[in-house]
Design a protein around this ligand. Structure first.
Ligand SMILES: Nc1ncnc2c1ncn2[C@@H]1O[C@H](COP(=O)(O)OP(=O)(O)OP(=O)(O)O)[C@@H](O)[C@H]1O
Ligand SMILES: [Mg+2]
Length: 223
């Protein structure tokens, strides 16, 4: 895969802690392109969240590099702006703002993009409808179920139509119906927008449905 076609290039990426005694990630290299759904698998502690944090500009590597759409992340000046343009993130725990309704939470990323309130609300409503959440739009996160919150978190990550979607165990606390729904929505996003979806998961069903699997063990790629 050449630089020109890879949306994501990870090169010799390492993240060590405690003076090198903990190698959370150790010399990981791979590429992935738009439209792909890639499952990131491996036992607890193998480095999945570390890798997603480095790709998502939430952490910095000890050595090695990550490039997104041809830009080396080490050269990014405004991480927040870059993230807004390129990356959607779904965490295991939803990180919804407790004092805002689901609609307001989902619309929030569009404020930074400078969209008008009416357009923000229209897009957030449409996205909530896709997640089968129209009836919950005006509820606070604490007043809906865990599955509904997690679907709202997916809606919030997709609302900016990011070319790269990072999901860290997005279905960790969902029943199988919601699990399937969330995975299908992420896959539909990859197909519809040519986006790259990278999902860290312990869930064999997700790993099976992905186009490709990348397995980690002790911070290194498993061949
Ligand atoms: N700040 C830190 N200081 C020291 N060690 C850390 C730190 N962050 C992560 N680690 C270690 O790095 C390793 C990789 O952690 P990581 O969270 O990436 O694993 P994971 O694959 O996401 O695991 P899980 O499946 O349980 O979520 C673990 O051994 C973890 O204890
Ligand atoms: Mg993790």
């Amino acid at each position: 895969m050449s630089e020109a076609t890879a949306l994501l290039t990870v090169a010799e990426l390492s993240r060590h802690h405690d003076g090198g005694s903990v190698k959370a990630l150790d010399g990981v290299t791979f590429e992935a392109r738009g439209g792909e759904v890639v499952a990131l698998t491996g036992p607890s502690g193998c480095g999945k969240s570390t890798l997603l944090s480095l790709i998502g500009l939430l952490d910095q590597p000890t050595s090695g590099s990550v490039s997104i759409a041809g830009q080396n992340l080490a050269t990014v000046r405004q991480a927040g702006h870059f993230r807004l343009q390129h990356i959607g993130f779904v965490f295991q725990f939803h990180h919804m703002v407790a004092t805002m309704t689901l609609l307001e939470n989902v619309a929030a990323p569009l404020v930074a993009l400078g969209l008008h309130r009416s357009e923000r609300r229209a897009r957030a409503s449409a996205m909530l409808a896709q997640m089968d959440l129209s009836s919950r739009a005006d509820f606070l996160p604490a007043k809906v179920s865990g599955g509904e919150r997690q679907r709202a978190a997916v809606a919030r990550a997709l609302i900016t139509r990011p070319p790269l979607l990072l999901a860290d165990e997005p279905t960790g606390n969902l029943d199988s119906h919601n699990n399937t729904l969330v995975v299908e929505l992420l896959m539909a996003h990859a197909r519809a927008h040519g986006a790259l979806v990278l999902i860290a998961t312990h869930n064999p069903e997700i790993a099976r449905k992905a186009d490709r699997r990348i397995a980690l063990r002790d911070g290194r790629l498993v061949a």
